[in-house]
Design a protein around this ligand. Structure first.
Ligand SMILES: C[S@@+](CC[C@H](N)C(=O)[O-])C[C@H]1O[C@@H](n2cnc3c(N)ncnc32)[C@H](O)[C@@H]1O
Length: 217
């Protein structure tokens, strides 16, 4: 797998089996920042706990880490990944994020471990299919839903998975994703999210779901 450049100058890969790239052509970094980091308000959170479906090239992870390092905030990041990429492929995907890249270089040395810890925070990885894994409950402040599209990879967008992601979020936590597909959006509502259609970049709409839950007590 050879990296290809997206329009913001950052690299992605093409997955032949799904027939899709890991990121949109408008920009890997751009989507990570404007959609996943900012639409979940993780860039403002004092103690973020991110749950990601699809760790991929760790672009979303590194963009989030650059934000928390810049703010002096400890990051907790739990990712689900069923097809971890080989170290030598990841090593070719560098990003213009100086602080996060230093941590990424350390992570590569131990790749693919299930847990990485440092003064910057922690990255834990559940290797397997999100459909089959047990996720924590009332844990996450944000969910980054970033598997391949529902058209080619429907499993992670299904109602049972979305219900699991809802359970994993704290009350008011936000799920962000690039997909605006109708079937997925209806399932998101059924799973207990308030649905928000937000303007996308290079795409008419993205989707944000806010986890509705009864108040404690
Ligand atoms: C679009 S890429 C993710 C890009 C990534 N978020 C990043 O920042 O570089 C999709 C990833 O989701 C993973 N994936 C797809 N379906 C999955 C599933 N059912 N369970 C777990 N991981 C899945 C793929 O292996 C792939 O690495």
């Amino acid at each position: 797998m050879e990296p290809i450049l997206t329009q913001d100058g950052t690299p992605t890969l093409f997955h032949p089996r799904y027939g899709e790239a890991y990121h949109p052509r408008q920009g890997a970094l751009l989507q990570a920042r404007r959609l996943y980091l900012e639409k979940t308000l993780t860039h403002l959170h004092p103690a973020p706990r991110v749950l990601e479906v699809g760790l991929g090239l760790l672009v979303n992870f590194r963009v989030t880490l650059e934000s928390t390092l810049g703010r002096g905030v400890y990051l907790r990041y739990l990712a689900v990944e069923r097809e971890p990429l080989p170290r030598e492929v990841l090593a070719r995907v560098r990003l213009p994020l100086p602080r996060a890249e230093e941590v990424f270089a350390e992570i590569l040395k131990g790749w693919p471990n299930a847990c990485f810890l440092g003064p910057w925070g922690e990255l834990r990885i559940l290797f397997g299919e999100v459909e089959a894994l047990e996720l924590p409950q009332d844990w996450a402040t944000a969910v980054y839903l970033d598997p391949f599209s529902p058209r080619v990879n429907p499993g992670p967008w299904s109602l049972p998975v979305l219900k699991g992601l809802h359970r994993a979020l704290r009350r008011g936590g936000r799920l962000a994703t690039y997909s605006a597909q109708g079937v997925f959006r209806r399932a998101l509502k059924e799973a207990g999210f308030a649905l928000h259609r937000v303007p996308g970049v290079g795409k008419r709409e993205w989707t944000v779901g806010i986890a509705l839950k009864p108040p404690p007590g």
